[in-house]
Design a protein around this ligand. Structure first.
Ligand code: HEM
Length: 380
């Protein structure tokens, strides 16, 4: 009952109802051999399929292999269920070509045109070792140990071929990706994910999330896939917590209680950006987050947000290193993400309380459709 099928037209972990926990990691390939890369992706496919079914990463149980060899699975998930584990793979721009144009693995002619390093946005304070990576894996589960076990075993399998570049833990989803899910809250204390693209909204998914067959002739392999944007966004919690409720609501454009737009109604009422109150001042500030992120301010662009809260201890100066690990899936990052982020970084009242410290863009291939091929060992 708590296993999400690994095979399918799209990879699991995108429209799958957002689980409670995240372990996200990126890897840099240390090999120069294309065969090694193919072999790694095959081994990862088999292990991911097994782990999402609640099985150990390898054929043998964590204690069932030869006594004088390292076990095939690290063992900490032995008595746990798969806890709705999903493992979603992405390919970074640097997998195809280096920043100075070197074709590393003979893949340059298949590089998706839109798979470009994200530009520098106003206010970015990105840390190099929280940014980019040849390969990215988003592991989500309802049990943190299951998500960490998945990333750890993929890292173990990659030893000698790829090395972890950086990784991020998340707890507390900050989006709902299904109508059946309640809207959770982010660390500003506001409901988050109200106006998200959700699984049931299949025509919005086709328009805004899935890459269509004709989108990119050179990268026809990406049809049915998507692009994943990740941003590690630190919140200056201590300053936020000393700002008045009125200002907090003005910044977001919604109430902190029900999540209703400041133009009135309940959580699911459409915001009315034209509605003015006293002295003709708009009830929703035009520089609020919701006003600037709304499709009406972005040429109709929407995205499927799937982020998590994070708290990585404190920063040595008595402040929490906490925020939102923003994850979003889009069909076209150049029109759906870059212009919106540019606008938000420049004009959003919220940006005063945010610092983007990590970033990346990956092309997320479609799913493995052939369950039979997986069972028959075609990927071994
Ligand atoms: C909406 C918070 C970063 C895009 C919202 C809402 C909140 C929120 C409270 C209203 C409820 C909802 O519809 O989900 C935050 C926080 C952020 C953050 C705390 C950073 C820490 C971003 C970023 C983007 C973004 C980086 C994209 C570049 C959106 C979009 C909506 C939204 C598209 C829906 C707007 C609508 O259709 O009404 N966000 N957000 N957010 N946010 Fe953010």
């Amino acid at each position: 009952p708590d296993a999400v099928p690994f095979a399918g037209a799209h990879q699991a972990g995108i429209v799958t109802p957002a689980q409670d926990r995240l372990h996200f990691a990126t890897w840099d390939l240390t090999t120069t051999s294309r065969d090694d890369v193919v072999d790694l992706l095959r081994r990862w496919t088999v292990a991911a399929d097994r782990m999402t079914r609640g099985l150990p990463a390898g054929e043998l149980s964590p204690v069932g292999g030869p006594y004088d060899a390292p076990p095939d699975d690290t063992g900490e998930a032995q008595e746990l269920t798969s806890a709705n584990l999903t493992i979603t793979f992405g390919f970074g721009p640097s997998l195809f070509t280096t920043s100075d144009g070197v074709d590393r693995f003979g893949l340059a002619d298949r590089r998706p045109a839109l798979l470009e390093d994200l530009p520098h946005f106003p206010g970015d304070v990105l840390e190099e070792m929280r940014t980019g990576g040849d390969l990215a894996v988003q592991a989500c589960a309802d049990d943190p140990q299951v998500a960490v076990h998945a990333i750890r075993n993929l890292a173990r399998l990659a030893f000698g071929t790829a090395a972890v570049r950086w990784s991020q833990l998340g707890y507390g989803r900050t989006a709902r990706t299904s109508q059946a899910q309640a809207t959770p809250r982010n660390l500003f204390g506001f409901k988050d994910g109200t106006a998200n693209v959700v699984a049931e909204d299949t025509s919005a998914l086709d328009d805004h999330v899935w890459v269509a067959p004709g989108d990119d002739a050179a990268a026809s392999w990406l049809a049915g896939g998507s692009y994943l944007v990740a941003r590690r966004i630190r919140m200056t919690i201590e300053t936020w917590d000393r700002s008045p409720l009125r200002e907090q609501e003005q910044i977001v454009g919604r109430t902190k209680g029900s999540g209703a737009p400041l133009s009135g109604g309940d959580e699911n009422t459409r915001p009315d950006f034209a509605l003015a109150g006293r002295d003709d001042v708009p009830l929703i500030d035009p520089a609020s987050h919701v006003a600037l992120a709304h499709p009406s301010a972005n040429g109709g662009a929407r995205m499927l947000r799937r982020g998590y809260n994070y708290t990585d201890g404190s920063d040595g100066l008595g402040r929490l290193d906490a925020g939102l690990f923003f994850l979003a899936y889009v069909r076209d990052p150049a029109t759906q993400y870059v212009p919106m982020q540019t606008r938000l970084s420049r004009d959003d009242l919220m940006s005063e309380y945010l610092r983007h410290t990590g970033s990346g863009l990956w092309a997320v291939p479609p799913g493995v459709t052939d369950r039979g091929a997986l069972d028959a060992g075609a990927y071994v």
